[in-house]
Design a protein around this ligand. Structure first.
Ligand SMILES: Cc1cc2nc3c(=O)[nH]c(=O)nc-3n(C[C@H](O)[C@H](O)[C@H](O)COP(=O)(O)O)c2cc1C
Ligand SMILES: Nc1ncnc2c1ncn2[C@@H]1O[C@H](COP(=O)(O)OP(=O)(O)OP(=O)(O)O)[C@@H](O)[C@H]1O
Length: 353
């Protein structure tokens, strides 16, 4: 996938999906689907499979995340997003992401998106009128051939432009706009009544903060994952019979509720760049009050497994919140509880063991 923050370096013409796409959740996938080559094929019946050429020599600010074989007269399926996040720009506060950049690129690439354009969200961009945004950015710079957005997408200065405005303005340039209806999820409330909720990044963040992984994962369409390298810890874990891999994740990754989770772990094969060796485990996200830990740490113990994981990249999928972190009277009490956590995780995973 080609990734750039410069519209001058963007591969054109394009089929565009517009938005912030943090989390690449089920609603986002619905918006992206119509711009993928397979869907365009169905829509236009003219997707080119011949005359393909390997594009690997593009220099400059952008980068390829894998070797892509693309046609020279091809409409590039492109996700257009904003950097920094508009909220970050307006509040001046850094934001934690459900999918930090690397993870977002990986998710979009796995969907079949060919290009990610991260428009610099600055004073110029945020003061463009809806008309100028479409004409200058989408038409002139990105040469849009088709646009896909969710029903509630807003754009242009002060979010003035609605999807109907987008459709009307784009029609002047003969660009069709797909307006995707909102993806919702049925949710059973405390009083047992059912409610449909619109899937959004904000909702998923709220749910993750409560530790309700079943609901968060349902909204996302996949388990929420922490991806990072294994670094050295204080090595107390092995002395109590529970060696743990300490994970170093991107600083801007959004963390769910602190506590202990039942998890699925996979290890990145650095050569094939694929995750393999799948294993179950228990993870603690917390500051380890029992051993007077000062910083937040992310530690995973793999069930019934022994080996060296230092420097390996792990993907830890959080499946079930088991309990909050506690301060125990000593290491023996902590050890007994971790033993119980492993039993509880095994019960949760049930037949998989
Ligand atoms: C499943 C699991 C649950 C844990 N629960 C707690 C806890 O409730 N309270 C706590 O202080 N530390 C908890 N820890 C962290 C341990 O204190 C930590 O693993 C131990 O100090 C060893 O860390 P080190 O090997 O990185 O030095 C937990 C660790 C794991 C793997
Ligand atoms: N549930 C959904 N169903 C269909 N389209 C959606 C859904 N949620 C977002 N979209 C669309 O996907 C694109 C990207 O959405 P965006 O990330 O900007 O919003 P979001 O997921 O609602 O996040 P936030 O909560 O931060 O507003 C936009 O075009 C938006 O309208």
């Amino acid at each position: 996938m080609w990734v750039t923050s410069s519209t001058e370096l963007a591969l054109t013409p394009t089929c565009l999906a517009l938005g912030k796409f943090d989390g690449v959740h089920r609603g986002h996938k619905r918006v992206i689907e119509p711009i993928l080559p397979t869907s365009q094929n169905k829509i236009r019946g003219e997707w080119q499979s011949g005359r393909e050429k390997e594009i690997s020599d593009i220099s400059g600010e952008g980068s390829f995340t894998s070797n892509s074989s693309l046609s020279s007269s091809h409409t590039y399926s492109t996700v257009v997003t904003f950097n920094p996040h508009p909220q970050e720009y307006f509040t001046g506060k850094p934001r934690a992401w459900l999918t930090p950049m690397e993870e977002k690129i990986e998710e979009l690439r796995s969907l079949g998106v060919e290009q990610l354009v991260m428009l610099p969200f600055d004073k110029i961009l945020c003061t463009l009128s809806p008309e100028d945004f479409v004409q200058r950015i989408l038409v002139e710079q990105l040469q849009a051939a088709r646009i896909s957005v969710g029903e509630d997408f807003r754009f242009g200065s002060q979010r003035r432009g609605t999807v109907q405005d987008l459709q009307r303005i784009a029609a002047r340039y003969n660009i069709p706009v797909n307006i995707v209806s909102l993806e919702t999820q049925e949710y059973t409330q405390m009083d047992d009544s059912n409610r449909k909720e619109r899937i959004s990044t904000s909702l998923i963040r709220e749910v993750l903060a409560t530790g309700d992984m079943e609901r968060a994962n349902e909204l996302l369409g996949r388990p929420y994952a922490l991806v990072g390298k294994v670094v050295t810890g204080e090595q107390i874990g092995r002395t109590i019979g529970f060696p743990t891999a300490n994970l170093q994740i991107p600083k801007d990754k959004f963390l769910p509720r602190k506590g202990v989770y039942a998890v699925r772990v996979s290890i990145l094969n650095d050569i094939s760049n694929k995750y393999e060796f799948h294993c179950l485990g228990v993870m603690n996200i917390g500051s380890r009050p029992t051993v007077n830990g000062a910083n937040l740490s992310l530690e995973v113990h793999l069930l019934d497994w022994a080996g060296d994981l230092y420097e390996r990249t792990l993907r830890v999928r959080l499946e079930k919140f088991l309990r909050p972190e506690q301060k125990f009277s000593g290491l023996e009490a902590l050890k007994n509880q971790i033993q119980q956590d492993c039993v509880n995780a095994k019960i949760f995973f049930g037949s998989e063991l």
